[in-house]
Design a protein around this ligand. Structure first.
Ligand code: NAG
Ligand code: NAG
Length: 125
């Protein structure tokens, strides 16, 4: 290869490989989503919409499992863009006097007014 072309080749190689490396590094950190759709921390968990998603998760869980959990707060959360938004929230709840933490995943498509509780699992305190 002529030096000129060689340089060009490496330049192209860098352009191709860098984005793949960068997205893998970002997505792979949590072992979650790859490429598009990595989990991003929610910056402000006191936003009313985040609270609403948390309350929805608890209500939905109560309906499905005939429980009586009371929503207390969203402790932390992450979102993932995926044909809408996935919310993965750590929730504080009360079961009677007992404090219980859960991790809820809610899938929301705002424009379709669609929400679904994908998972709701107890976290050890
Ligand atoms: C977080 O959201 C709440 C409610 O919308 C708002 O009052 C507060 O100022 C926000 N905090 C930050 C740091 O943006
Ligand atoms: C919503 O999630 C439940 C499981 O939590 C599932 O059985 C149901 O099919 C889902 N509904 C839709 C419309 O995706």
């Amino acid at each position: 290869m002529e030096p000129q072309k060689k340089h060009c080749f490496y330049f192209l190689l860098t352009l191709t490989i860098l984005p793949i490396y960068a997205s893998t590094a970002l997505g792979g950190k949590r072992g979650g989503g790859v490429l598009a759709g990595g989990w991003q921390p929610i910056k402000n968990i006191t936003e009313p919409h985040v609270k609403e998603i948390g309350q929805y998760a608890v209500e939905e869980y109560n309906k499905e499992s005939k429980s009586q959990l009371k929503f207390v707060s969203v402790v932390k959360g992450e979102t993932q863009v995926m044909a809408g938004t996935n919310y993965r929230l750590m929730l504080a709840t009360k079961d009677g006097a007992l404090a219980k933490n859960y991790q809820a995943v809610v899938w929301e498509k705002v424009w379709e007014h669609f929400r679904n509780l994908t998972s709701f699992t107890r976290l050890k305190a």
